[in-house]
Write a protein that binds this ligand. Sequence first.
Ligand SMILES: [Zn+2]
Length: 121
Amino acid sequence: MKPLGSLMIRLRNAAEVAVVRLRLLKQQGFKCAVCGCSLKGRVRGGATLDHDHDTGVCRGVLCKVCNTGEGKLRTVAVRYGGGKDGELEWLRNMTAYKSIHKQPMTEYLYPEKRRKVCKKK
Ligand SMILES: [Zn+2]
């Protein structure tokens, strides 16, 4: 891991972004850093150089779906986590909540019709 404050390279244009994206893709074995899907042949248009929007630090290469999901999840986590400082805690809490409820924790089933309506969204 590269500590913040040490020498960082500011990318200046799309061409430099493309070079770094390819470099990181090679390090990641041409797989999305989140879901692990293959990004071979998807260097253009299907692979995104993900970065921290607060610091600008490039984190890795994600598929379009994961990059979009990360952004949406961050928006929700920041909003309901009480700000940027609460983002990771909210995500940890949500992960723990979902993990705990992999096994039924109540005896109640949601109404069938309501569940079908929810799936259409
Ligand atoms: Zn992915």
